[in-house]
Design a protein around this ligand. Structure first.
Ligand code: NOJ
Length: 765
């Protein structure tokens, strides 16, 4: 080992300390400069100009909500609108910016926002799919590439990450988040923020993140969109709030309020949430924007009689910017006149908005992110497509693979059947705002180009995505794209069965259309739609080996499929490179390594089902009547949190703790051996869970506290190390404090939340 002598270390440490303190000084002096600039600007502003900065309007380029605003150009010109969303491309955005900068009295630049959720033009897998990679470096890189593209296309601000913890797959928006776990969700939230914002927002390739939807939107009752949330403080703080806090601690510049009420108070009017918690307790320094129209929705919520009262409530609660509510713009002046809102309150909100523009470098150069050359270079550049395929492969979860049916060989005849096989539109998912689905690779295309002339590929549609006329009507009236076949369901099935009979193996491409998930897409029955299930059963009866390739945006109820179908691949909506990535996995070019981050329920009646549940006073015992269980189904989901198979096989052994008694000041070191004892190279995600056995407040049966994704060659073994500190053992107690309590704990390690090794230890003071 090379020796470094002590004086060198001392010099290095001193230099680092000097650098850190120099950075602090620069940061402090740049804050002083920013404050001086903004104070001077606010002094010059009229009340109307101030209100304009608090107004966010959509352009008519894309629409992401119910109400269209006409005449936004006039509003920009008159200084009544300081921020625009749903506008992109350098040309278009430049035109709007010119109006703001040239025609308004103070030349304050516009800030441009957009829903860049999983890529801008190059579409990466939907967020729930990316979460299944458990690869935070890859997710951060996806956000970095999204920022490169979005900023090159004129955007300053992206409405991501969505960090709502969700335990109810009926809710269509689970597709936008990272699933049910706060520990993993927090790591992913940080990754997005770092990826978008980098270390400096003031560059032509970084964009400001917007954490949404604050708060608890993922807990809407019965999974029904825009519904109410009722939740006690412990569940809130221990499970649902940590992801927002993680994103804010990572430096996210803005926060979007959620549509729901929390214990009766709409989030957009919740002073406790937006001021006491977010600003005072968590120290948030950025700005708060409403969701689309949610300030005006305080009226139907029944807490405001009109827009004036809505604006008054929102301003006092701590909302800085009104997205499409037209409540601030229409009423704030009058509210000031009446003495209901003070100029100081307005200045405070304006300051938050102007600071964001300042940090984004817009006062130095309003056209910073409008560069045609960068747009040409960045948008859908080859490196992005390569990465899109890589992260899409990593997002795929192998749910079942009996008799090693997968990977497929490139020989013989392969029948590709199902409504999602020859389908580009659905591959890019429901929230791919600027994405062009014509550029997406369908599953059929991917399989054909991978097989080349080595195998014969047959295709049959077999079914429409759905025959449910009410659903079809709604999907198509929302700009959907389900074009039902001219043939009857029976004819389609007959053709598919004939095709299957000609093949050696059948790849069934079933699931949901993109419009069945995302915003305003709750479903009460989350099985594969009925007409597709009929098709699957008919093909299953041919006795041909069947691989089920699922495209969908939520955990589905797959109880029948799990019992009958040999191999099941969950591919979500994988984005631009979907078909290629799926073919890579089907033919074994890559080993599947994804792990689900939401439990897949046994039946809808089991929802919410999640791994970090409480034990109850009467844990399930099928032989005893008075225990916590169902008569007709198990308590456990079909596939548990963290679950996913591989073509190779991994074994965990030798789970060892370095001590049986842990003291708060000394971390516990845990090691485990992971062996690839299968026949291929592959990656496994080792997951570490704990359980606090006796505490003043009942604790979950398992809680994720660490994970590592490791690549191992065939036959390779590796010792993995984890560390737990007393901080990891903390929970939210009855007094609302984060505490650890001495006593018995368990630690578990495994490849999913169900199949684990376990050891005991005690925490003693
Ligand atoms: C409503 C959605 O809830 C939110 O996620 C989105 O960012 C806004 N619309 C803007 O499109």
């Amino acid at each position: 080992m090379r020796r470094i002598n002590i004086p060198v270390i001392v010099v290095l440490l001193a230099l680092t300390a000097m650098q850190v303190s120099a950075q602090k000084v620069t940061k402090a002096s740049s804050t002083v400069k920013m404050d001086a600039f903004i104070n001077a600007l606010i002094k010059k502003m009229t009340l109307e100009e101030k209100i304009g900065q608090l107004n966010l309007l959509t352009s008519d380029m894309a629409v992401t909500g119910p109400v269209m605003r006409k005449g936004y150009m006039e509003d920009i010109k008159a200084g009544r609108c300081g921020n625009i969303f749903n506008a992109f491309t350098p040309d278009y955005v430049r035109k709007l910016q010119q109006v703001a900068v040239d025609s308004t009295r103070l030349h304050i630049p516009l800030m441009f926002g957009f829903d860049v959720i999983h890529g801008h033009k190059t579409i990466f897998p939907v967020p729930l799919a990316m979460a299944s990679t458990w690869d935070t470096a890859a997710i951060e890189y996806a956000a970095r590439l999204s920022a490169d593209e979005a900023s090159a296309d004129g955007l300053d601000w992206v409405y991501s990450p969505m960090v709502d913890i969700a335990r109810d797959p009926r809710w269509g928006r689970v597709v936008e988040g990272a699933g049910e776990d706060p520990f993993l969700g927090s790591a992913i939230a940080r990754a997005y923020v770092h990826g978008y914002q980098g270390t400096n927002l003031d560059t032509d390739s970084t964009v400001m993140a917007c954490v949404k939807h604050f708060a608890l939107y993922g807990a809407v009752e019965a999974g029904r969109e825009y519904n109410a949330v009722d939740m006690g403080p412990r569940r809130m703080f221990q499970f649902y709030l940590p992801t927002y806090k993680a994103a804010i601690d990572a430096g996210a510049g803005s926060v979007m309020t959620s549509f729901n009420t929390i214990n009766g108070v709409p989030a957009t009017a919740d002073k406790w949430l937006l001021t006491d918690l977010l600003r005072k307790k968590w120290g948030f320094k950025g700005f708060v924007v409403t969701d689309y129209g949610s300030m005006a929705e305080l009226i139907p919520h029944g807490v405001a009689a009109d827009k004036a009262q809505a604006a008054n409530l929102a301003m006092h609660a701590g909302v800085d910017m009104d997205m499409m509510g037209m409540a601030y713009s229409g009423t704030l002046k009058e509210l000031v006149k009446e003495g209901k809102v003070s100029i100081a309150e307005i200045d405070n909100a304006v300051r938050h908005v102007l600071e964001a523009k300042y940090k984004l470098g817009l006062f130095k150069n309003p056209y910073l992110r409008m560069n045609d050359d960068r747009a040409k270079e960045e948008i859908m550049s080859p490196d992005k497509l390569v990465f899109a395929r890589k992260i899409a492969r990593e997002s795929i979860v192998l749910l079942k693979n009996d008799h090693d049916l997968l990977p497929l060989k490139k020989t013989g005849t392969i029948a590709v059947i199902g409504p999602l096989a020859d389908d580009q539109r659905d591959m890019i998912g429901p929230w791919s705002g600027a994405g062009d689905w014509h550029k997406a690779v369908s599953i059929l295309q991917g399989i054909k180009s991978a097989a080349g002339n080595q195998a014969v590929i047959l295709y049959s549609k077999g079914a429409n995505i759905t025959e449910d006329t009410s659903m079809l009507r709604q999907l198509n009236s929302n700009g959907g794209d389900i074009v039902p076949s001219d043939k009857s369901p029976d004819e389609l099935i007959k053709e598919a069965v004939e095709t299957a009979n000609k093949a050696d193996v059948v790849v069934m491409c079933l699931g949901e259309s993109q419009g069945m998930t995302g915003e305003a897409a709750s479903r009460a029955d989350i099985r594969i739609p009925a007409c597709q299930r009929r098709l699957l059963r008919a093909v299953y009866k041919t006795k041909k080996p069947v691989v089920l390739v699922l495209s969908n945006g939520r955990p589905l109820v797959l109880t029948w499929e799990n019992e009958h179908i040999h191999s099941i691949l969950e591919t979500w909506f994988l984005g631009t490179e979907a078909g290629n990535a799926i073919a890579d996995i089907l033919f074994g070019e890559y080993d599947p390594s994804g792990k689900i981050t939401m439990s897949f329920p046994y039946a809808v009646g089991q929802i919410p089902v999640y791994y970090n549940e409480l034990n109850t006073g009467r844990p399930r015992n099928p032989m005893q009547k008075y225990t916590s269980k169902y008569l007709d189904i198990p308590n456990a989901p079909v596939y548990p949190f963290g679950y996913g198979l591989s073509y190779t096989h991994f074994t965990f052994s030798n789970l060892t703790l370095d001590k049986n008694i842990m003291r708060p000041e000394t971390p516990l070191h845990i090691s485990v051996t992971l062996t690839n004892d299968g026949n291929d190279a592959g990656s496994e995600t080792a997951q570490l869970y704990i359980r606090d056995m006796v505490a003043s407040v009942a604790q979950p049966v398992k809680e994720l506290k660490g994970f590592q994704k490791v690549f191992l060659k065939k036959g390779e073994s590796k010792t993995l190390h984890f560390t737990l500190t007393a901080n990891d053992l903390k929970f939210y107690d009855q007094q609302g404090k984060w505490v650890y309590e001495p006593g018995a704990f368990k630690v578990f390690v495994g490849g999913n939340s169900r199949d684990v090794l376990e050891r005991d230890f005690r925490l003693e003071k």
